[in-house]
Write a protein that binds this ligand. Structure first.
Ligand code: FDA
Length: 492
C-alpha cells in the first residue's frame, strides 16, 4: 500500500485528506472505536454528568478532571471498555486524550484559537510565519469550520451568563477579554436554547463526546476523506511496530483489539510511507520504543524530547451572591482573558455544567511553563516513561495567579477549595494539551520528515515544542496543512 497513517486526529486527518485528493490511496489505523453507532440509550456519546462504560479508555473507575464537588467525590466504577477518553497516567502527570476515529476532536472543548503571530514565531522560529498566517492558518480554520459566537446573542442568552460574569470580572481588573472562536454550530446552539432541537452543548456534553452540534473531525475533514473513496479507516487497530521492509518501504505490525482492549488478531502490512499521527504522547511513545528496541535505530537523539503540557492549570473562584453563573451553562467556552505578555497566562472562562447554581467561576489557563520533559524507554518494563515532575506546575500556578489573585482582590472573593480534592485550589495534576516529543526541525526536518528514514513522517502535536500559547488544535492542523503540501509536492 502507498501510505499508512497512524491515528485519526487532526494531523492524521489532514495528511489523509490531502494525500487522497492528490490521488494516493491511504490506510488510516486508529486504536479507538469508530463512534458511529448509538448505545442502549439511543445516543452515541455519554453525558458528562452521567459517565458510563463509553466514557473512559480501559479503566474500571472513572478519573474525571474534577474529582470533587461540595465535599463529594465524583468518580465511580465502570466496566473496562475501549471508551472515548483516555486519562493516561505517568509518574508526575495525567494526560487526557481522545480515543476513536476523530482523535481529540471527539472529546475536546472545540475552542479553535489561532495564536498571536509573534507568539507563533517564538515557538516555531524555523517556520515561515508569513506563510502560516496568509495561507495555512486560514486553510485550517476553513477546513475545521471555525466561527465566533454572535456577540449580541452572547450578551443576552442564559447559557453564557457564566462567561459574562467572567468578562465583567476580567474587565473590572483591567484585563482584556476576547471572544474565543469555536467549532460549534452556533445556529444549532440557538435552537437548543429555544428548545426546538435535542440538546448537546446545553445538555453539558463535553469530555465524553458531543451528540449534535459540535463539528468534530467526523463532520469536517473525515467526512471529506470518506468522499474521496481512496481512504480505508480501521478502528480498534493499534500500531505496535514500524521497521524497514526488505524490499523497500516499511513493515507495520498492527494489533486488532476487542472492546475490552485485548488483542484478537495481529496483522502485518507493508507501506511505502508511514505518517506518525498518534498524537504527541502516542507518537513519542512509539518512536522512543522503536529506536530503543532496534526497529528504527537510526532515529536521532531528539526523539522523545521537548515535551510539555501547554502550561495547563485549572482553578475556580467563589463569587458573591449577586454574581450567579447560571444553572444551564453551555459546554462550549467562548471567552478568554489575555495576560500572556505581562503574566504568561491566557485563561479561558470554562463552564461548570452541574445543572445547579454554583456561584462559581471556573477557568482553564494556558501558561508559559518553561519546563520540558522527555520520554525514555524502560526496557525492563517494556514501556515508555515520561519524566514530568509534579513540582514543575508551580510556574503555571504562578502565571495563573497574575490574573486570579488580582480579580479576587478587586472583587473581594476567594478561590474554590472543593473541586480538586480536599482544600486544594489548583487543578495542576493534568493536561489536556500534550505537545512535543518529536519536535519540528529537531527530531524531524523542517517539514516533519524523520531523520534517518526516508518515507517516515511525523504530522501531529508531537512536532510542537511543548507550548502553543493558546489551545493547540488549530495550530496542529495548520502546521499539518503546511507540511503535507510540501511533502506531496516533493516526495510522492
Ligand atoms: P490526536 O490525539 O487528536 O489523535 C491521535 C489519534 O491516534 C487518537 O485517536 C489515538 O487514539 C490514535 N492512536 C494513538 N496511538 C495509536 C497507535 N499506536 N495505533 C493507532 N492509533 C493510535 N484543543 C484545542 O485546541 N481546543 C480545545 O478546546 C481543546 N479541548 C480539549 C479537551 C480535552 C478533554 C482534551 C483531551 C483535549 C483538548 N484539546 C483542545 C486538545 C486537542 O484535542 C489535541 O491537541 C489534539 O486532538 C491533538 O491532535 P493530534 O492530531 O496531535 O492527535
Amino acid at each position: 500500500m502507498p501510505v499508512l497513517v497512524i491515528g485519526t486526529g487532526y494531523g492524521g486527518s489532514v495528511a489523509a485528506l490531502r494525500l487522497a485528493q492528490a490521488g494516493t490511496d491511504v490506510h488510516m489505523v486508529e486504536m479507538g472505536m469508530a463512534w458511529d453507532t448509538p448505545g442502549a440509550d439511543g445516543k452515541i456519546f455519554a453525558n458528562t454528568t452521567r459517565p458510563d462504560d463509553r466514557s473512559f479508555w480501559l479503566r474500571t473507575r472513572t478519573k474525571q478532571p474534577l474529582s470533587n464537588f461540595l465535599g463529594f467525590p465524583l468518580d465511580k466504577n465502570v466496566n473496562r471498555y475501549t471508551g472515548i477518553l483516555d486519562a493516561e497516567e505517568f509518574a508526575g502527570i495525567t494526560v487526557y486524550q481522545g480515543r476513536g476515529v476523530g482523535g481529540g476532536s471527539l472529546v475536546n472543548g472545540g475552542m479553535a484559537v489561532t495564536p498571536r503571530r509573534e507568539n507563533f514565531a517564538a515557538i516555531l522560529p524555523s517556520v515561515n510565519a508569513a506563510e502560516m498566517y496568509s495561507t495555512y492558518y486560514p486553510r485550517a480554520n476553513a477546513g475545521l469550520g471555525v466561527t465566533t459566537i454572535d456577540p449580541a446573542w452572547f450578551d443576552t442568552v442564559d447559557c453564557y451568563q457564566y462567561s459574562r460574569v467572567g468578562r465583567k470580572h476580567a474587565q473590572r481588573s483591567g484585563f482584556p477579554f476576547l471572544f474565543v472562536p469555536a467549532v460549534y454550530d452556533w445556529d444549532y446552539m440557538k435552537q437548543e436554547a429555544a428548545g426546538t432541537v435535542p440538546r448537546s452543548a446545553l445538555d453539558a456534553e463535553i469530555l465524553y463526546g458531543n451528540n449534535y452540534g459540535k463539528k468534530s473531525l467526523q463532520k469536517t475533514y473525515i467526512d471529506r476523506i470518506r468522499a474521496t473513496g481512496r481512504v480505508t479507516i480501521s478502528p480498534l487497530h493499534r500500531v505496535t511496530r514500524v521497521s524497514p521492509a526488505s524490499g523497500g518501504g516499511y513493515t507495520v505490525l498492527i494489533d486488532q483489539l476487542d472492546t475490552t482492549g485485548r488483542t484478537s488478531v495481529t496483522k502485518t502490512v507493508t507501506a511505502d510511507k508511514v505518517f506518525f499521527a498518534a498524537g504527541s504522547v502516542g507518537t513519542s511513545k512509539l518512536l522512543v520504543g522503536l529506536k530503543a528496541t532496534g526497529a528504527l535505530p537510526l532515529l536521532n537523539n531528539e526523539v522523545g524530547k521537548g515535551w510539555g503540557e501547554n502550561g495547563n492549570v485549572m482553578c475556580g473562584r467563589a463569587n458573591h451572591l449577586w454574581d450567579p453563573t447560571g444553572k444551564v451553562q453551555s459546554s462550549i467556552p467562548t471567552g478568554g482573558i489575555d495576560n500572556w505578555d505581562a503574566g504568561g497566562a491566557f485563561a479561558e472562562v470554562a463552564p461548570l455544567p452541574t445543572g445547579i447554581e454554583t456561584w462559581a467561576s471556573f477557568y482553564l489557563s494556558i501558561t508559559k511553563n518553561p519546563h520540558r520533559a522527555e520520554f525514555t524507554w524502560n526496557a525492563a518494563a517494556g514501556r515508555a516513561e515520561l519524566n514530568w515532575q509534579t513540582a514543575w506546575k508551580q510556574p503555571s500556578i504562578d502565571a495563573a495567579r497574575t490574573i486570579f489573585d488580582k480579580i479576587n482582590k478587586k472583587e473581594g472573593t476567594i478561590y474554590r477549595t472543593d473541586l480538586f480534592g480536599v482544600h486544594k485550589i489548583w487543578g495542576d495534576h493534568l493536561t489536556y494539551h500534550p505537545l512535543g516529543g518529536a519536535v519540528l526541525d529537531k527530531a524531524t526536518d523542517n517539514y516533519g520528515r524523520l531523520h534517518g528514514y526516508p518515507g517516515l513522517y511525523v504530522i501531529d502535536g508531537a512536532l510542537i515544542p511543548g507550548n502553543c500559547s493558546v489551545n493547540p488544535f488549530v495550530t496542529i492542523t495548520a502546521l499539518a496543512e503546511r507540511n503535507i503540501e510540501r511533502i506531496i509536492a516533493t516526495d510522492l
